[in-house]
Structure formats: structure tokens, C-alpha cells
Design a protein around this ligand. Structure first.
Ligand SMILES: [Zn+2]
Length: 236
């Protein structure tokens, strides 16, 4: 009777290969990685929007500063004219005085606005720095996760790469007729060879009749499960 053990090992090996191939495929679309990447991308969008706001506030600030400078210059030159005696007409003095007051209050207002804007700019700057640090930490996490994911995939590929040689070695020791019979059965069963444990066919979980158990133990000829039809493998 041909030795069933190498056939059993081939079947185990093929099962392992299927499991590894599934792991490899599942790994390629790892949900955790995708989620982490999405989160980083969303964070970047928010960060960029805030950065745009920061730039626009800084532009506003610059414009206000220019306004304040030019108004201050006007205050100075009008003041010189008014108090330097260059304007003598009473009506003109009144008009210029009013203009000067209004310019001064405009300068004050603009300076208040500038202070307010400066506070906003500082606040947003701090927020941007915080977000940037968080994003960097997330990106670092992602790189680490991705690195271990790649190593894991690589490991699976290496294990898979070893299988053909192991399989060939087993095949070399296998009875050709038995192998052909196995291949024929493979059309019907994913796992044509079933191990027998405690008098039970592990293929269908049904008990094996006493007579078949006796035949198995005698080790003469192939014995099939009377329930599922798989070839039975009983190890002493
Ligand atoms: Zn069975």
C-alpha cells in the first residue's frame, strides 16, 4: 500500500499556501492603513485652509499698517501747516482742525484694528504649529505602520516562495498512481485526503465503521470514508 504521509503533507502545504495567498491579498488592502492615510489627507486639507486664512490675515495686517503709516504722515504734515502758521484763514483753520481730528481718530482706530489682527495672527500661528506637529506625528505613525506592513508582506512572500521546492520534494517520494487518483478526486474535493482522529473522518466529522477502521489499521489498500468519500489517512 502506498505511503499516504507525503500526500497528507502536500495537502497541508497547499492549504498553507492558500492561507498565505489570502493574507497577501487582504494585506494589500489593509483597512487600517487606508484609514490612517485618509485621516492624514483630511488633516492636511484643514491645515492648508487655515494656512490660507493666516496668509490673508497677514495681508490685511500689512495693508492696515500701510494705512496707519500714511494717515500718521498726513496728521504730521497737516499739523505742521496748522500750527506752523501757514494757514491763517479762520474758516480754513476750522476745516483743517476737523480734518486733523478725524485723521487722528482714524489712526487710533486703525492701530486698534492692527492690534486685534496681530492677536488673531498669533493665535492662528499657534494653532498651525500645533496642527503641524500632530500631522507630523500621524505621518510618522503611518510610515511605521506601512513599514511593518511591507515587512509582513515580504515575509509572506518569502514563505510562499519556499513552498514549491518543499512540495516538489514530497512529490518526488509519492506514488504516481496515488497522485493521479488524488488529482482526480481534487476535482470534487478541495481536500480529498481526510485525517482520521479518534475513529472519526475529519473531512466530514462522521464516525468510521469498525470494519473500515480495521482495514486502516491493517494498512492494506486505500480506505475511503463511507460517508463523504474522501480518502482516509490514519497515522499510527
Ligand atoms: Zn468523511
Amino acid at each position: 500500500m502506498p505511503e499516504l504521509k507525503p500526500l497528507w503533507e502536500i495537502q497541508l502545504l497547499d492549504g498553507r499556501r492558500r492561507v498565505l495567498e489570502i493574507k497577501l491579498r487582504e494585506g494589500q488592502m489593509s483597512g487600517d492603513l487606508k484609514e490612517a492615510k485618509n485621516e492624514i489627507e483630511k488633516g492636511r486639507v484643514v491645515f492648508n485652509k487655515l494656512k490660507e486664512k493666516y496668509r490673508s490675515l497677514k495681508r490685511d495686517l500689512k495693508a492696515k499698517e500701510l494705512d496707519a503709516t500714511s494717515a500718521t504722515e498726513q496728521v504730521q504734515s497737516l499739523g505742521e501747516k496748522l500750527y506752523g502758521g501757514m494757514i491763517t484763514n479762520i474758516k480754513e483753520i476750522n476745516t483743517s482742525s476737523k480734518k486733523l481730528d478725524s485723521l487722528k481718530s482714524m489712526v487710533n482706530r486703525t492701530e486698534d484694528e492692527i492690534l486685534g489682527l496681530m492677536e488673531d495672527v498669533e493665535e492662528i500661528k499657534a494653532e498651525l504649529e500645533k496642527m503641524s506637529a500632530e500631522l507630523n506625528a500621524k505621518a510618522e505613525d503611518y510610515r511605521r505602520m506601512y513599514g511593518s506592513h511591507l515587512a509582513n508582506q515580504q515575509n509572506i512572500r518569502q514563505q510562499l516562495a519556499q513552498i514549491p521546492l518543499q512540495r516538489q520534494k514530497l512529490l518526488d517520494n509519492l506514488d504516481v498512481d496515488l497522485w493521479n487518483k488524488y488529482l482526480e478526486m481534487k476535482k470534487k474535493y478541495n481536500d480529498p485526503l481526510a485525517r482520521v482522529e479518534k475513529g472519526t473522518c475529519m473531512g466530514c466529522r462522521m464516525g468510521i465503521p469498525f470494519n473500515d477502521m480495521r482495514l486502516l489499521k491493517q494498512g492494506e489498500g486505500l480506505v475511503y470514508c463511507s460517508n463523504c468519500g474522501r480518502l482516509l489517512f490514519w497515522e499510527r
